[in-house]
Design a protein around this ligand. Structure first.
Ligand code: FAD
Length: 358
């Protein structure tokens, strides 16, 4: 028997088709990336419904033109002229699909704004995503790099990912295991890279949340506020406030958030580094150690510095930011310079988390 609540529709997927998919030429991407880079693309198309997705996929199978799938543009660095069709995924809709005693399964379309969706779940007391509050971007991109913050990753709550294979037009529903999630990684960055459009993600959320408070100062902030039995709303509020103090607001300062991944090094290498740097910031990770990339960058003297019109954020060395009208090339130059410094000083390769689009 299905619970009647199963049919609660938060925002229906089937709203009227008043905007047809339009292919535009030579479009500025400035308002489509949080770095605020004023690049242009050859063609731009926005997919607002499943129909649009299927139509564009059919067109693509004929043209074989180069393309890039875009969500909210918060993890990308555009180079100046992109000789590709930029395909913006703007499908909307949130729906409760299933419910039992302890859980609720919520399906969200790829174009939903991630942070609004998380807030919506928190308001409804559906637990599991509260630590992922206030991350920019869209729902559809969350499985791609398995977004994570404050000890929680999207993989902890994703049940299935619905996507279409561009080459065949076939729809698939991947299970969590099939997505092959890893640290800022998934099958969509590996074997399925640039081959699928994600249309919707279903999340399994809990009505009896187990809070994750041990990362990034959440518990100490709650203690200071005198909150002994925090709710998911408390955790979400604290995460919002911690992030505001640490990260630039993309509406004011252009950035792609954390620019590099935290590198993972062996036990032996960690032991050697620790001998030289007693204040090394590192966390055990599986059989290895994850080193704070921000700490490495700071040790190389980059915090607060700038190169051209790009800076290293003074409050958090892991963030590169736009000092005003910077180009993708300038971002690349600063990123390269930082990678080189870290390699020379620590013999560690920093891998960008942000994606360069040429
Ligand atoms: C201030 C700031 C803070 C941030 N903090 C965090 C953080 O705490 N944790 C974290 O993990 N990330 C963080 N990020 C990075 C970013 O928010 C995430 O990577 C986010 O998931 C990107 O979403 P997007 O919609 O903007 O994706 P985009 O930047 O548009 O695209 C990212 C990748 O996903 C692919 N993609 C997007 N949508 C689809 C789709 N529908 N189908 C198939 N592929 C798709 C793109 O092709 C691209 O490869 C931060 C960024 C900023 C600017």
């Amino acid at each position: 028997m299905q619970s009647p609540k199963m049919f609660i529709f938060c925002r229906n997927f089937d709203f009227p088709n008043d905007d047809f998919m339009i292919l535009q030429q030579s479009v500025s991407l400035k308002s489509y990336n949080t770095f605020g880079i004023d690049a242009t693309c050859r063609y731009f198309v926005e997919l607002k419904q499943r129909d649009d997705v299927e139509k564009w996929v059919a067109m693509q199978q004929q043209s074989h033109d180069p393309f890039f799938i875009l969500g909210g543009g918060s993890n990308v660095v555009f180079q100046q002229c992109i000789e590709k069709t930029v395909v913006k995924v703007s499908l909307r809709g949130i729906e409760a699909v299933k419910e039992d005693e302890g859980n609720v399964w919520i399906k969200a379309a790829a174009g939903e704004i991630w942070s609004d969706f998380v807030d919506y779940c928190v308001e409804n007391r559906w637990g599991g995503m509260e630590n992922l509050s206030n991350i920019p971007g869209t729902v559809g991109a969350a499985p791609v790099q398995n977004v994570g913050a404050y000890g929680v990753e999207a993989k902890d709550v994703i049940e299935t990912v619905e996507c279409i294979e561009i080459a065949t037009g076939q729809w698939k529903r991947l299970t969590n295991a099939e997505c092959q999630f890893g640290y800022r990684d998934s099958i969509f960055k590996q074997a399925f890279k640039n081959q699928y459009i994600i249309a919707a993600v279903t999340f399994r959320l809990t009505k009896n949340p187990k809070l994750q408070l041990s990362y990034g100062g959440i518990s100490s902030r709650l203690e200071r506020e005198g909150i002994e039995q925090p709710t998911i709303a408390d955790v979400s509020r604290v995460v919002h406030s911690l992030r505001v103090n640490k990260l630039p607001d993309p509406a004011i300062i252009g950035s792609a958030g954390s620019f590099f991944k935290n590198p993972i090094i062996s036990h032996d290498k960690y032991a050697v580094l620790l001998q030289h740097y007693r204040d090394l910031v590192a966390f055990p990770f599986e059989e290895s150690f994850k080193i704070a990339a921000g700490w490495l960058i700071e040790q190389c003297g980059w915090k607060g510095r700038q190169l051209g019109r790009v800076g290293v954020y003074p409050q958090q060395a892991l963030v590169l930011y736009n000092l005003g009208d910077c180009t993708g090339e300038e971002v690349k130059q600063l990123a390269n310079a930082i990678q080189q410094s870290v390699k020379e000083k620590f013999d560690i390769d920093l891998e960008p988390e942000a994606i360069f689009i040429e």
